[in-house]
Every structure is written in structure tokens, then in C-alpha cells.
Design a protein around this ligand. Structure first.
Ligand SMILES: [Zn+2]
Length: 168
């Protein structure tokens, strides 16, 4: 099981599994093959058919982040989860036991909650209205707007420049 830093990366990766590319929404978790490949890329054990559980967790978390659903809607992913304390030379570590279908969801929700507590408002959707990706703002000024400066940042700048030059 990953530590929370890794869980944060996992959460962001999960949120960003349905990018819009050239106006077409592509869902990496659309089928079993895609979902298993995605899990493998995250270094997560893949078995059975995780696609549906992953999609449900992703969509529920997205709705909570953008405010169209309350946090209580995440409750179904958190049933039958147990944390076991293990004492080591480095201190206390918690091991999570969750039904394997929900283990990614549980870690993603924990990471989301931790981020809300330690860095509230830092997880947000990309400001490009045509983009469906999320970002975690790590800038000092807390003013990052794009999932990627290289993609959405430049695209939106170019669009504003085009609009300005048309108006001029
Ligand atoms: Zn974007």
C-alpha cells in the first residue's frame, strides 16, 4: 500500500483518466483492459474487472470537488475499510484493508481529505472550459490555473491573443 504522497498522485491520476483530446472525451477506464493497464501504470495490483468501480469512484470524487455533490456521496466507497496500526522503528504506520474493488477509491478519498485539511482549495479543475482535467496547485501564490501550462495554458493564451487581435 502506498504512503499518502503516493496516494495523492494516485488520486490526481484517477481524476484525470478522462481527458478531452481534440474535443473528444477519452476514458482510460472505459473497459477492463484499459482499467488494468491504468492500474499497472500506477504500480497497483490489478485483478478482476476494476473498470466500473474505478469509474464510479472517479466520477463521485469529481462531483464532490466541483461541488455538485456533497462529501456524504463518498460514503459507499468507505464501507468495510479497516486501518491497522503497525509499530516500527520509524514510528507508527497504518495499514489499510479495503475490499480490493475499492482500494484505489479509499486511497484517493484519503488523499483528497488530507489535501483538503493541509492545503485547502489547492485541488481544482483546470480553468480551460474545454478541459476536464484537475490540478493540484503547488505554487506559492496559489494562482495556478491550468492542468498543464504547455497544453491548456498556451492554448488559452493563444485564444485570448486571437480574440484581442480580432477586436483591434
Ligand atoms: Zn487543462
Amino acid at each position: 500500500m502506498p504512503d499518502l504522497g503516493h496516494a495523492e498522485a494516485l488520486m490526481l491520476a484517477l481524476l484525470n483518466t478522462a481527458p478531452v483530446i481534440d474535443g473528444v472525451r477519452r476514458d482510460e477506464l472505459a473497459d477492463t483492459e484499459g482499467a488494468q493497464a491504468w492500474l499497472a501504470a500506477q504500480g497497483w495490483p490489478a485483478s478482476g474487472n476494476p473498470a466500473r468501480a474505478l469509474r464510479e469512484a472517479r466520477d463521485a470524487l469529481k462531483s464532490v470537488i466541483v461541488g455538485t455533490a456533497g462529501p456524504a456521496s463518498l460514503a459507499p466507497f468507505l464501507t468495510d475499510v479497516r486501518a491497522t496500526p503497525v509499530i516500527t522503528d520509524d514510528g507508527l504506520k497504518w495499514t489499510l484493508d479495503a475490499a480490493s474493488d475499492n482500494s484505489v477509491a479509499v486511497h484517493a478519498i484519503l488523499a483528497w481529505d488530507k489535501l483538503n485539511t493541509t492545503n485547502p482549495g489547492r485541488l481544482r479543475p483546470c480553468s480551460n472550459p474545454d478541459c476536464e482535467l484537475f490540478l493540484i496547485d503547488r505554487s506559492k501564490a496559489n494562482n495556478a490555473r491550468w492542468c498543464s501550462m504547455a497544453v491548456c495554458g498556451n492554448r488559452m493564451k493563444a485564444r485570448r491573443h486571437y480574440q484581442r487581435s480580432r477586436q483591434a
